[in-house]
Design a protein around this ligand. Structure first.
Ligand code: GLN
Length: 393
């Protein structure tokens, strides 16, 4: 009756944990979204575009004003030279952009190199497109790959490699030398890189985002994916950017036209305006988030938790084993949300095989009171967990 892949597919961990958080009235440090409403001026532009603008189908590639603004934005921030008319497509969020890339670029039997931990849509969508995942397993605390790992994963059948940088859930930024190594492998194997760079603006401590498309040999073989939701803390808007050389864009646009065809024009217009008028936001946002990261880190350390460094994204990770927790991440996160009133995401959910099971991901894009209370409740969850462990349950 159904496609077996979908029949066997679990509900995404983000929806499961947010559902449990609602059901148990828990603080939600699970699914990644800010609890601030996002820049007022951009939301006002969306309201104005809804009331006074054109709300019929926009062009399938996206509003020209937005595609121009995306190209100009990446020229300004990353020194890229994208041609808006032949190299930029607007999608309904980063997840649709990824699906379009997989459907448009993978032929049955093609091998696709994926790095674990991986965002939970990658492997199912690669398989649905006929691709065969080749997994590279990254581990804490550094979560880095090396030449030997790439040599084991790349074969003559490699067609694509998918890189998420900055990486959710590890909160790491891929070092320049690792990007250069990966670029060299893509060139040597004539592979295309699909780069999920939705966190490109959410990087801390003075880091600048380095897009893989800017590395030698990558300009014609990289699909760069961005997201207004992550740039402007408006995660529900689902406005994604799919950027690639004209030959790649031609097929990506065909995949996109039969996924969603197009995307809400009022939100596209508001994002176009936002990209051109948000220098202050882009300057201040990472610092504000880094303060929240530091606040949660300190609160957790006071409670005796081992916290891994966070270089970007809305997330930081706690090392459960180093924090005195004696159960795996999934059990601990279920206990936290049902018994202690705080939701987190088990990092094992980001593995296809051989999961790392001792790390829990927390979202810190929240108000100070929420972060402080979240840390207290996590300490309570650890107490409950230890009590259950000692009682042999
Ligand atoms: N990107 C978000 C996260 O990692 C989840 C998005 C979603 O729930 N689809 O938490």
């Amino acid at each position: 009756m159904a496609n077996p892949l979908y029949e066997a597919m679990p509900t995404t961990v983000f929806a499961v944990m947010s559902g449990l958080a609602r059901e148990h009235g828990a603080i939600n440090l699970g699914q990644g979204y800010p609890d601030e409403p996002g820049p007022l001026a951009i939301r006002q532009k969306a309201a104005d575009a809804t009331l006074n603008g054109d709300n019929q189908y926009p062009p399938t590639f996206g509003l020209p004003e937005l595609r121009q603004a995306v190209a100009a934005h990446y020229a300004r921030f990353q020194g890229l030279d994208l041609d808006w008319a032949s190299e930029v497509t607007i999608t309904s969020g980063g997840t649709e952009a990824l699906a379009a890339a997989f459907l448009g670029l993978i032929a049955p039997g093609d091998e696709v190199v994926l790095f674990q931990p991986l965002y939970d849509s990658y492997a199912p969508m690669v398989r649905r497109a006929g691709g065969v995942p080749r997994l590279v397993r990254l581990e804490p605390p550094h979560w880095r790959f090396d030449r030997a790992m790439l040599e084991a994963a790349f074969t003559p059948r490699t067609r694509l490699v998918v890189l998420n940088n900055p990486l959710n859930p590890t909160a790491t930024v891929c070092p320049d030398e690792d990007l250069a190594l990966l670029a060299a492998f893509c060139v040597a194997h004539d592979a295309v890189a699909v780069c999920d760079e939705v966190w490109e603006h959410v990087v801390f401590d003075g880091r600048a985002h380095r897009p893989l498309i800017a590395y030698p040999g990558m300009r014609e073989r990289t699909v760069k994916i961005g997201s207004a939701g992550k740039m402007f803390a408006l995660t529900g808007w689902k406005i994604g950017f799919l950027c690639a050389a004209p030959k790649l864009t031609a097929v990506l646009a065909k995949a996109h036209q039969f996924l969603t065809f197009t995307t809400a024009p009022n939100l596209q217009a508001a994002v176009a305006w936002g990209l051109e008028n948000s220098a202050d936001w882009f300057a201040a946002m990472p610092g504000d988030l880094a303060r929240s990261r530091d606040r949660l880190t300190e609160a957790l350390r006071r409670e005796g938790f081992g916290v891994l460094p966070s270089q970007g994204t809305y997330f930081l990770n706690i090392d459960l084993a180093a924090s005195g927790v004696r159960e795996d991440d999934r059990s601990f996160c279920l206990r936290s949300v049902t018994e202690a009133g705080v939701a987190a995401i088990p990092v094992s959910a980001f593995y296809e095989e051989a999961p790392v099971t001792s790390i829990a991901r927390l979202c810190f894009s929240k108000r100070d009171e929420t972060l402080d209370e979240g840390a207290r409740r996590l300490a309570k969850a650890r107490d409950l967990s230890l009590r259950a462990h000692n009682a042999g349950r």
